[in-house]
Design a protein around this ligand. Structure first.
Ligand code: ZN
Length: 243
C-alpha cells in the first residue's frame, strides 16, 4: 500500500466557512482526491444545533466520495492538567484522561448526533490523537472500523496497525507557521517509504495564505506518487490484507 489520506480536522458549524474553503482548496489541486472530514458535534461546547445547510454540505461531500469521521464530542479537555495536555494541545485533548463511563457517554452522544443527521461514521479520531487508557476501552464497546494515534493507523476490527506519519500545520503563531512549513516538507521526504501518509489540515490554516499554499503544494506532490484514500478505505485494505 502506498496511500495518502487527506484529513480535514475540526469540522463544525463555527468553523464551517473556513472548512468549506479548505475543502475547495484541496479540490483545486487534487480534483478527485477524497477527504476524510473529522466532525465535532458540540465544538467548544457551542451547541449541537446547526443550520440544515451545514448537514446538506456534509452529505454532499459524502456523495462526492468524502468520508465523515467522529472527532470527539466537544474537542475540549475537561481537565487540562500537565504540561503536555496544556502546551501541546492547548487544552483540546478531550479524550486524554476521561474515565470509561464519560468517554462512552461522549462517543455514544456523538454517534447519535451523526445518525440523527444521516451521517454514517466508521471511524473515530480523538482530538490531538490523545486517547487515554479508559477511552481506548470505551472505544472497543463501539463498532468503529479504525482510529488513529499520533504515529499509527489502527484497524479496529482485525486489530492490525501500520505506521502512518502525520503531517500537520501549526497556525497558532507566526513562528510556528514558518517552522511547520519547513518541518512538514522534511517530514514528507522522510516518510517516503511509509505505507500511509496522513496530511491533517485545519480550517484555521485557510487564514494564513503561506500555510495554505504550502499545504496545497505538499498535497499535490504527495498525491503524484500515492493513492488518495479515505481512512475508511485504508481500514478496508488492511482488513483485506489480513484475511
Ligand atoms: Zn481537532
Amino acid at each position: 500500500m502506498k496511500a495518502l489520506c487527506i484529513v480535514l480536522h475540526d469540522v463544525a458549524p463555527p468553523t464551517w466557512a473556513a472548512a468549506r474553503a479548505m475543502r475547495a482548496a484541496v479540490r483545486a489541486v487534487c480534483p478527485h482526491a477524497p477527504v476524510t472530514l473529522l466532525v465535532v458535534p458540540n465544538y467548544h461546547e457551542r451547541g449541537t444545533e446547526a443550520p440544515e445547510a451545514y448537514f446538506d454540505w456534509l452529505r454532499a461531500c459524502v456523495a462526492q466520495g468524502d468520508e465523515i469521521a467522529l472527532h470527539g464530542y466537544t474537542h475540549l479537555d475537561p481537565q487540562p492538567r500537565g504540561w503536555k495536555r496544556r502546551l501541546y494541545t492547548a487544552g483540546e485533548g478531550e479524550f486524554a484522561a476521561l474515565d470509561r463511563a464519560e468517554a462512552t457517554r461522549r462517543i455514544a452522544s456523538g454517534r447519535l448526533w451523526c445518525a440523527r443527521h444521516g451521517l454514517a461514521v466508521r471511524g473515530f479520531v480523538a482530538p490531538a490523537w490523545l486517547l487515554g487508557r479508559e477511552s481506548w476501552e470505551a472505544l472497543s464497546d463501539f463498532e468503529f472500523d479504525y482510529t488513529t494515534t499520533l504515529t499509527r493507523f489502527v484497524e479496529l476490527r482485525g486489530g492490525r496497525s501500520v505506521p502512518a506519519p502525520g503531517i500537520v500545520y501549526s497556525a497558532r503563531s507566526r513562528a510556528r507557521r514558518v517552522l511547520s512549513c519547513g518541518w512538514n516538507a522534511l517530514l514528507a521526504r522522510v516518510a517516503h517509504a511509509a505505507p500511509l501518509v496522513r496530511v491533517g489540515l485545519h480550517p484555521v490554516d485557510t487564514c494564513h495564505p503561506q500555510v495554505l499554499h504550502h499545504a496545497q503544494a505538499l498535497v499535490r506532490r504527495l498525491a503524484r506518487h500515492r493513492e488518495c484514500l479515505t481512512k475508511r478505505h485504508v481500514a478496508a485494505r488492511l482488513r483485506g490484507r489480513a484475511a
